[in-house]
Design a protein around this ligand. Structure first.
Ligand code: TYM
Length: 329
């Protein structure tokens, strides 16, 4: 039994990458662990957001968490901005973070490539807020996709630094990255990560794409001209990515798939891979649309916020005392 924490940004519809790299694993983890799953809306505002769209996206993400199988009687599902301790501890952790280490984060470097003038300072101080999310719950394991590895390293460093400098308050968390599906690639540029912010809609599968669109996107995925189904991410990134997607969605191993499609070219392979994705996403979508309309959603989020506030406040109090903030009660 471990304490688990993970978060997802409500910044648009999630992709198949978010599902296979993160969400899918949350469901299994909740059986034997104490899980917190968070809608990190304060992280989303590090880049400009339309207020009404953000509100819709928060609700939509809550419904998606539940639709994939997060069970509120087993896990705590909540919205980050409804638990003030996140930004409070986030500030305290900013004060133990160094500008140099924050500037070295690849996500910050990527997003500030066009110059630092138009980039919010929140984008720079995003990782201490993420560390706060995790450390407030004395988290032991953080399940994430491959792209969050560097942020998790920093979280561990900040926890250790705080513990050494002030008092031994925080559990130093371990990262858990799935063996398969940790980095689902773009369908159009398979050397890049699949991302919901890609300008090319054909590059990613949204978790809410209809069946026809899913099939079409897989059919038009960039591959190569060899016509041999083989797992070789270096030389055949397109086919290797589809093999990963097909394998994780069908539960069949990559070796088994390679054998099954030997000498058959890419046509049948892509059709069947598309069916496997539809088979996974379609039932999730049915539940999602039911949940979105239900009042149950608000009750679950209220209850989640209350539970999260109770746990987070305990750690925040200890951390404030360790740093000498406020008065001792
Ligand atoms: P976010 O919202 O970008 O992504 C949510 C989760 O999806 C994973 N992911 C992927 N996995 C495989 N292939 C892909 N193409 C792919 N794209 C995204 C991410 O690794 C992530 O696990 N900073 C985080 C949110 C966050 C958080 C936290 C996570 C805030 N606080 C505390 C864990 C713990 C983020 O932007 O994820």
């Amino acid at each position: 039994m471990s304490v688990i924490f993970s978060g997802i940004q409500p910044s648009g519809t999630l992709t198949l990458g978010n599902y296979l790299g993160a969400l899918k694993h949350f469901v299994d983890l909740q059986e034997d662990n104490h899980c917190y799953f968070c809608i990190v809306d304060e992280h989303a505002i590090t880049v400009p957001q339309d207020r009404l769209k953000l509100r819709d996206n928060i609700r939509s993400l809550a419904a998606l968490y539940l639709a994939v199988g997060i069970d509120p009687s087993k896990s705590t599902l909540f919205i980050q901005s409804e638990v003030p301790a996140h930004t409070q501890l986030g500030w305290m952790l900013q004060c133990v973070s160094y500008i140099g280490e924050l500037e070295r984060m690849t996500q910050f470097k990527d997003k500030s490539q066009g110059g630092k003038e138009g980039v919010s300072s929140g984008l720079l101080t995003y990782p201490p807020l993420m560390a706060s999310d995790i450390l407030l719950y004395q988290t032991e394991v953080v399940p994430v996709g491959d792209d969050q590895k560097q942020h998790l390293e920093l979280t561990r460093n900040l926890a250790e630094r705080f513990n050494n400098k002030f008092n031994d308050i925080f559990t130093v968390p371990e990262v858990s990255i799935p063996k398969a599906g940790a980095r689902i690639m773009s369908l159009q540029q398979p050397t890049n990560k699949m991302s919901k912010s890609d300008d090319n809609q054909k590059a990613f599968i949204s978790m809410l794409d209809d069946e026809k669109t899913i099939r079409k996107k897989i059919k038009s995925a960039v591959t190569d001209s060899e016509g041999i189904v083989e797992y070789d991410p270096q030389n055949k990134p397109g086919i290797s990515n589809l093999l990963t997607i097909y394998s994780v969605c069908s539960g069949r191993s990559i070796d088994e798939l390679v054998e099954a499609y030997e000498g058959k070219g890419y046509g049948d392979f892509k059709t069947d891979a598309g069916e496997a994705v539809v088979g996974v996403l379609s039932p999730i979508q049915t539940r999602y649309y039911e949940l979105l309309e239900s009042e149950e959603l608000d009750q679950i989020l209220d209850q989640g916020a209350a539970q999260a506030n109770r746990s987070a406040e305990k750690t925040l109090k200890k951390a404030k005392k360790a740093m000498g903030l406020g008065r001792v009660h």
